[in-house]
Design a protein around this ligand. Structure first.
Ligand SMILES: [Zn+2]
Length: 645
């Protein structure tokens, strides 16, 4: 398999994803993926009927909507990242059923399903299967299905979730166009675009500057309408179109997916609105709903920037996939990999128990009690904050599997001049044809827990090709050490091209020193960041398993710390780490001076961050850990006035 670049008349791209299986995890990332596989991914199909033998995606009577496709969409990249024969065999069961399910007219999947949305997820999964195996039956299925859509979209239109998520459908059709050059696929994209929510306009005008609870009051909606908002086909009643559009445009997972839609449309209909869609949308999302873990809040719907509002796990993984997609489509600014890294190294690992057998539906940045109690969510259940099998709703149970495996398969991209470009330096091995020669890159160093990255090259024969090495914005006086002893002083927030004749044993070393930095958030709160990691104070955690198997986490320790303004912070890098998030092991910590302040609980959540509070006791040094290693934490701190020294 070769990387697939954009075909004219689509906007050209300089980078494209590598075929699945080209990138294998190493070090801590390998432990992370193995933990995921052993935690739930390998056995989900045995323990959860929704994706098991009796699900409609294997021909049974059970669930026939998004769950099995979601699961497969993560299981395929996981199985090929780990080269795991058992998980590959599981994937093949679903793939074979999907291939065999296609009707004469091109529609496929469970007989009872008429919704385009779960088929989009199935196609995302099948495309990865093709990328890993080269099985051309996938292309035949896609072509026949897209022809069905081309002929029938007027009579059988996108509805509800599919209207919000049509960008996924267009992106898949364009991918097939890049392979086959069939013009009808471009025409299909125009038809799909006409039925898809106008995300580009939404991101430019951004009406949702308030928590959704203030404009679309959930408790005031009639019961019947609540279900129709999400799933309904019939838009009876004069307010319903308004509410349904509002509902979908403020829905967190939709927004995370919608962020890619302008960039996808830009490939075939380039304009200012489309080109700036992500950039403007992201800036406004973070301004009005952003939290320090690198994501926006959505306890189902956009919920403002308070660090005790929730963020759904599906939103985290879909945001990551949006960024991975946009980078591969050519929408490559220095900003996108930074956003991707921040979500991957903070919000993603925070969503799971250390063994990845359980997850939260909603995570909080300031989270000091994980329990089944009411929160100020928009419309999520009280159990959303528990770690468990399917707290609140089963979408995340099915969908979270794509997070780590797809991040792994997008750490490096192929470039259109025969080289490779780095997006993030997590430990891995990359195999690709570089400069026309089979080559292997081994990336080590334990990034992001340390800031030294070592890249060792092996080539079948000496060959010239470029490596594009990205240096994040937070690096201070970064250096690249080349094999011949040359030292390149490079700049932060830039990508450096190293083009040379490579030989086996050549080693490139990146030094990207950094220091803890204070960033400012909601209510003048401050967050401590170190490289791409958000750092958090973690009180002593007490985990208790509930009768249904879910976990609550409580603490007796004080957590009401405010950071002292202008006090220096110190980072301690403990050495190369080879263990997954949440499992401890060496890594990094930051020591910061803090004082207790008047700050209490508000129900089961930490109260609103006090603004410029006065210290209530002596200052001391507190230890901050990577956010992704914690279940309980404070990560957006008050900044105390009048430090006590
Ligand atoms: Zn979910």
């Amino acid at each position: 398999m070769k990387p697939i670049f954009n075909r004219a008349p689509l906007t050209p791209n300089a980078m494209a994803p590598l075929p699945l299986g080209s990138i294998r995890p190493e070090g801590w990332l390998l432990d992370q993926l193995r933990t995921q596989a052993d935690g739930l991914s390998r056995k989900l199909c045995e323990v959860w009927p929704d994706v098991g033998e009796n699900c409609a995606w294997l021909g049974g009577e059970g669930d026939g909507w998004e769950r099995a496709p979601y699961y497969l969409d993560g299981l395929i990249p996981l199985a090929w990242a780990l080269d795991d024969a058992g998980m590959k065999a599981t994937c093949e069961k679903y793939v074979e059923w999907m291939l065999a399910s296609q009707r004469e007219d091109g529609w496929f999947g469970p007989e009872k399903n008429e919704d385009h949305w779960p088929l989009m997820v199935a196609l995302k999964a099948l495309r990865q299967y093709f990328s890993a195996t080269g099985d051309k039956r996938v292309l035949v299925l896609m072509d026949r299905f897209f022809k069905y859509q081309y002929r029938n979209l007027a009579a059988h239109p996108l509805k509800a979730w599919a209207v919000a998520r049509g960008g996924e459908n267009m992106e898949l059709a364009l991918w097939l166009y890049n392979l086959t050059g069939q013009k009808y696929l471009l025409e299909l994209c125009r038809k799909l675009r006409a039925q898809t929510l106008d995300w580009a306009t939404f991101f430019h005008t951004f009406p949702n500057t308030m928590p959704t609870g203030r404009s679309l009051k959930w408790e005031r909606l009639e019961e019947g309408m609540k279900e129709e908002l999400a799933d309904g086909d019939e838009l009876a009643g004069e307010n319903r179109p308004f509410f349904q559009t509002q509902y979908h445009l403020s829905h967190g997972v939709n927004v995370a997916m919608g962020l890619k839609t302008p960039g996808v449309i830009n490939l075939f209909k380039s304009g200012f609105k489309e080109q700036g869609g992500f950039k403007f949308g992201w800036a406004k999302l973070m301004k009005h709903h952003g939290v320090a873990s690198g994501v926006f809040t959505c306890d189902e719907h956009l919920s403002g920037a308070s660090p005790t509002q929730g963020t759904e796990t599906c939103t985290v993984v879909e945001l990551m996939y949006t960024l991975e997609t946009l980078i591969g489509l050519g929408d490559y600014g220095t900003e996108l990999p930074d956003i991707l890294e921040k979500a991957a190294y903070n919000a993603l690992p925070a969503a799971f128990t250390p063994d990845m057998s359980g997850h939260q539906y909603d995570q909080q940045v300031n989270q000091i009690k994980v329990s089944n109690e009411p929160r100020k969510w928009y419309n999520n259940g009280d159990d959303s904050n528990l770690f468990g099998f399917s707290p609140n709703f089963g979408c995340c149970t099915a969908n979270y599997h794509q997070g780590w495996p797809k991040f792994t398969s997008h750490l490096w991209y192929a470039t259109n001049d025969g080289g490779l470009a780095a997006i993030s330096y997590a430990p891995c091995t990359v195999r690709a044809a570089l400069g026309g020669v089979p080559a292997r890159l081994k990336v080590s160093g334990g990034y992001p827990f340390s800031q030294t990255v070592r890249i060792e090259v092996a080539v079948k024969q000496p060959a010239e090709f470029p490596l594009y090495l990205r240096v994040p914005y937070w690096a201070r006086q970064p250096m690249i050490y080349l094999p011949d002893g040359e030292i390149m002083q490079v700049r932060a927030n830039e990508t450096t091209c190293v083009r040379r004749k490579w030989r086996t044993g050549d080693v490139v070393r990146l030094e990207m020193p950094t220091a803890p930095r204070l960033t400012r958030w909601y209510h003048q709160s401050g967050a401590v960041e170190f490289g791409p990691l958000l750092m958090a104070f973690q009180p002593k955690e007490d985990w208790q398993q509930l009768d249904n198997g879910d976990w609550q986490v409580t603490t007796e320790e004080n957590w009401n710390w405010a950071l002292l303004r202008d006090e220096p912070m110190k980072a301690v890098v403990e050495g190369e780490r080879d263990t997954a998030f949440g499992k401890g092991g060496p890594g990094v910590k930051v020591l910061a001076k803090a004082a207790p302040v008047e700050w209490t609980m508000d129900g089961a959540s930490a109260g609103s961050v006090p603004m410029a509070p006065a210290p209530q006791g002596p200052a001391r040094v507190i230890e901050l850990k990577p956010f992704g290693d914690t279940a309980l934490r404070i990560a957006q701190f008050p900044i105390a006035i009048d430090p006590v020294r």
